[in-house]
Design a protein around this ligand. Structure first.
Ligand code: ZN
Length: 701
C-alpha cells in the first residue's frame, strides 16, 4: 500500500478550510479523505479519525478540544462539520472511572460537545481522547483482518511488528477498550500504532502526515507479508468463460426469486410483502467462489465478518448456491433457521432482551451469476456489496494462508445488537413506496417525468424507459440530480420492437433486482380524418399505443409471476377512450385497445396479487416540474388551435373552461393518481380514475 499524501493537496486543503476551521482541522479532513479513498482501509462509514486542537469560545478563552469523526459521515467525503469538537479535558477525566455503560458514555459525549447541534461523535471517541497523540487514525484495513483472523494470526503479528506496533486481543468497543488502548500507549512510548485483533488498526502521531503514513506503513507491512506467503498459491479457482449475455440471463432469473425469498411479511392481507432491493455484481472473485461452492461452502456459511462493524450491513453468514430456485429457497430457509438459533443462543448467553431483526441473508454468491447483495434500498445494497467484495477476497486469502477464523458468534451478536451500532442504520419510518421498483414507459414525456418524480418522492426506485436519446437522458439526469443517482436507472426501449421490449425488461430487473410497479405512460398521436388516414400512420400509432401495451404487460407479467410478490400496473389511458375526438381515430382506437388489454390483465393477474388500473387524464399541456411540453399536444395542438382559431395560451384557457370544475389539469395531478394505485392503498383492480376536471362523458358507468 502506498501513501496518497500529496503536499500540494494538503496545502490546498489548508487554503480551502484553514481560515474558517484552523489548520489542524483542515489537515485532519484532508488525511481522513485520503484514508477513505483506499477501500482496502475502510468502506462505508468504517474507521474514524481525530485531532486534538484548541477552540476559542465567545469570551475569548482557549479550550483544548478533540475533533473526532461524527456518526453518519464517511471518511472519503468528510467535511470539518463531520468532525465535531468535544471538551478534551472533560473526556480525559473520565479515564479515572472503573466502568461506564454505553448509554452513559453517549450521554457524556453529547454533554461535552462544543456545538450541541453536532452529530453524535464516534463510539470510539474516548479511545481517541485517552491517547495523548495529537492525530489518531483508525481503519479496518483488510490486510490486518486477512492476516489476523486466523488461529495463529495474533502471535504472527506480534512477531512481525516487535515492539513498534502493539497487538491487542479482541475487546468490545467502548469504555473498556478505550482504557486498554490508553494503558498500552502509556507503557509503550516507542509504538507508532497498534492492531486490534479481528477489528482494525490504530496509528498516531504529532502531525497529520506522520499519523497517516504510519497507518500506511503498518498496513503495507501486513500486505507484503500476505503477498509473500501467497506467492505461487491459487486463491480462486478458474472460472469458465461466461458471456455477458449468460450472466445477465441467469441474474435476471435469480434476482426476482431472491426478492421473494427474502421479503418480510407485513401482516396485511392485501399488501403483505416488504421486499429488498438488490445490487448485482458479476465480479471474478464471486464467480470463482460460485464455481467452487461445494468445497468452500462451510467456510462462508458459518464464519463471522472480517470486522464486527460489517455485520450490521451484511449479516454474518453469506449464502453460496447454484442458480436454482428450489436450491435457493432451501438455502434461505436453512439460513433463517440458523439465524434464529444464533439469535436465541447468543441473546440467552448475554441475557439480552432485544428484538430479533429479520432472519434473511443479505449477501449471496450464486454460481454463474456472481455477487448479489440486498438492502432496504439501493444505497444499503451497494454498501453490503462493497463490504462483501472485500470479505470474499479477504476470507479466501485467509483460507489460502492457513484458515480463516472469525470472532465467536456471541461476539458478533454483541455488535449486531449493540444499540450504538443499530443507531447507524436509522430507524426512520419508511415512505410508502420504499423498497418498490417501478418501471415507467414514456418517462421522458411531460406526464412521464411528473410520474417518475412522484414515485421517487414516495420512496420508490424508478427505472425510466423511453426511446433512446437526449430526452430520456435529460429526464434521467433530472431525477438523479434531485433524488440521488442510486434510486434512478434507465432502460431505453422501442415499444414497436418485441426484442427491444424483452431486453428492456430484462435489463430493468438487473437495475434493482425485480419489478413491483409498471406504469405504462407511453403514447403517440396522429391527427387525420378516417377518410384521409394513411395505413402506415394508423399502424404506427397502434404499434406503440396498443401492441406496446400488450408487450409491456406480457413481460411484466412474466416477472411478476416469477417474483411472486404481487405488483401494480397502471395504464395512462386517456379521456379519449370514453370520449373520442374527431380526426383522432388512430389514437382513440389504439388507446381503447390498450385499455382492453389492461382490463383483461386485471382479470388474469388478480390471482397473483397484481392490480391493474387506469388513469384517464385530459388537457395536460406540460410538466410544470421541468417545463417539458406534452408530446401529444405538440402533435395535436396546432390543429386544434387552427380549428378553433386560438393561439396556444388561449387554447389552454379553452380546455380549462371546457371541464366542469373549470380548472387546468397538471401533470403532477395525473402523477398523484398513478401514485394512488402504485401505493396499493385500496383493494382495487380494473378501475379507472379520471383526472380531467370533470366531464359528463367520463362519468362512472
Ligand atoms: Zn473500528
Amino acid at each position: 500500500m502506498e501513501s496518497r499524501w500529496n503536499e500540494m493537496d494538503a496545502s490546498a486543503a489548508i487554503g480551502r478550510m484553514g481560515k474558517d476551521f484552523g489548520e489542524d482541522l483542515a489537515l485532519r479532513v484532508y488525511s481522513s479523505r485520503i484514508i477513505g479513498q483506499d477501500t482496502d482501509l475502510v468502506v462505508h462509514g468504517g474507521g474514524n479519525t481525530s485531532v486534538k486542537t484548541t477552540f476559542v469560545d465567545l469570551l475569548g478563552e482557549e479550550t483544548e478540544v478533540l475533533c473526532v469523526k461524527g456518526s453518519g459521515w464517511d471518511l472519503v467525503s468528510i467535511e470539518p462539520q463531520g468532525l465535531p469538537g468535544l471538551d478534551l479535558q472533560a473526556l480525559r477525566d473520565l479515564r479515572a472511572l472503573d466502568g461506564m455503560s454505553d448509554e452513559e458514555m453517549v450521554r457524556q459525549l453529547r454533554r461535552q460537545l462544543w456545538d450541541p447541534s453536532s452529530p453524535n461523535p464516534s463510539v470510539e471517541t474516548l479511545l481517541h481522547a485517552f491517547l495523548p497523540d495529537k492525530f489518531v487514525d483508525h481503519t479496518h484495513a483488510d490486510a490486518a483482518l486477512v492476516f489476523g483472523n486466523r488461529p495463529e494470526g495474533f502471535a504472527e503479528m506480534q512477531d512481525l511488528f516487535g515492539d513498534e506496533v502493539g497487538v491487542l486481543p479482541w475487546t468490545f468497543p467502548g469504555f473498556p477498550l478505550a482504557k486498554k488502548v490508553a494503558d498500552y500507549r502509556d507503557a509503550n512510548p516507542q509504538a507508532i500504532g497498534l492492531v486490534l485483533h479481528k477489528h482494525g488498526v490504530f496509528s498516531w502521531g504529532p502531525d497529520a502526515r506522520t499519523s497517516y503514513e504510519r497507518m500506511i506503513d503498518i498496513v503495507d507491512r501486513l500486505e507484503q507479508e500476505i503477498q509473500r506467503r501467497l506467492q505461487g498459491k491459487q486463491v480462486f479457482v478458474d472460472v469458465p468463460d461466461y458471456t455477458e449475455g449468460s450472466f445477465k440471463l441467469m441474474a435476471s432469473s435469480a434476482l426476482p426469486a431472491l426478492r421473494r425469498l427474502t421479503s418480510s411479511n407485513t401482516g396485511s392481507e392485501f399488501s403483505p410483502y416488504q421486499p429488498m432491493i438488490a445490487e448485482w455484481r458479476p465480479t471474478p472473485e464471486a464467480l470463482a467462489i460460485g464455481e467452487d461452492h461445494e468445497n468452500r461452502w462451510e467456510l462462508f456459511w458459518s464464519t463471522g465478518p472480517l470486522t464486527p462493524d460489517h455485520v450490521i450491513r451484511t449479516k454474518s453468514a453469506y449464502v453460496v448456491a447454484p442458480a436454482d430456485d428450489e436450491v435457493l429457497a432451501a438455502k434461505v430457509a436453512d439460513y433463517s433457521l440458523a439465524y434464529i438459533e444464533y439469535f436465541h443462543q447468543a441473546s440467552k448467553e448475554r441475557e439480552a432482551s432485544v428484538t430479533m431483526l429479520d432472519s434473511f441473508p443479505r449477501v449471496f454468491v450464486i454460481k454463474g451469476v456472481g455477487l448479489v447483495a440486498l438492502g432496504k434500498d439501493k444505497k444499503a445494497a451497494i454498501a453490503a456489496a462493497d463490504i462483501a467484495e472485500h470479505t470474499l477476497r479477504g476470507k479466501m486469502q485467509g483460507h489460502a494462508l492457513s484458515s480463516y477464523e472469525a470472532l465467536a458468534p456471541v461476539e458478533v451478536f454483541d455488535m449486531e445488537y449493540w444499540s450504538l451500532e443499530q443507531a447507524k442504520l436509522g430507524k426512520a419510518q419508511e415512505p410508502p413506496l420504499s423498497r418498490r421498483i417501478a418501471l415507467v414507459t414514456g418517462a421522458a414525456g411531460a406526464i412521464g417525468r411528473a410520474v417518475c418524480r412522484r414515485l421517487l418522492e414516495g420512496g420508490a426506485h424508478v427505472i425510466l424507459s423511453d426511446l433512446e436519446g437526449d430526452d430520456l437522458d435529460t429526464a434521467v439526469a433530472e431525477m438523479a440530480d434531485r433524488f440521488g443517482a442510486t434510486r434512478v436507472a434507465s432502460v431505453p426501449m422501442d415499444l414497436c420492437d418485441e426484442k427491444s421490449v424483452k431486453q428492456g425488461f430484462r435489463d430493468a430487473i438487473l437495475a434493482f433486482g425485480g419489478l413491483d410497479i409498471l406504469v405504462m405512460n407511453h403514447g403517440i398521436a396522429h391527427v387525420s380524418s378516417i377518410e384521409e388516414m394513411e395505413l402506415a400512420d394508423w399502424e404506427r400509432v397502434h404499434a406503440v399505443n396498443e401492441t406496446g401495451t400488450l408487450l409491456c404487460c406480457r413481460e411484466a407479467t412474466r416477472i411478476f409471476k416469477h417474483q411472486g410478490i404481487g405488483g401494480q400496473v397502471v395504464l395512462n389511458a386517456s379521456k379519449n377512450v370514453p370520449a373520442p375526438g374527431a380526426e383522432f381515430s388512430a389514437y382513440s382506437a389504439s388507446k381503447a385497445g390498450a385499455v382492453q388489454v389492461a382490463r383483461v390483465a386485471a382479470l388474469e393477474l388478480a390471482d397473483i396479487g397484481v392490480t391493474v388500473n387506469m388513469v384517464h387524464a385530459d388537457g395536460v399541456f406540460s410538466d410544470e416540474g421541468s417545463g417539458k411540453s406534452s408530446g401529444l399536444w405538440d402533435v395535436v395542438g396546432p390543429e386544434r388551435m387552427a380549428a378553433r382559431g386560438l393561439d396556444p395560451a388561449q387554447l389552454r384557457e379553452y380546455y380549462k373552461g371546457r371541464n366542469l370544475l373549470k380548472v387546468p389539469v397538471h401533470a403532477s395531478q395525473v402523477a398523484e393518481a398513478v401514485a394512488f394505485f402504485a401505493e396499493r392503498k385500496t383493494p382495487t383492480t380494473g378501475a379507472a380514475l379520471t383526472v380531467d376536471g370533470g366531464h359528463a362523458q367520463t362519468f362512472y358507468r
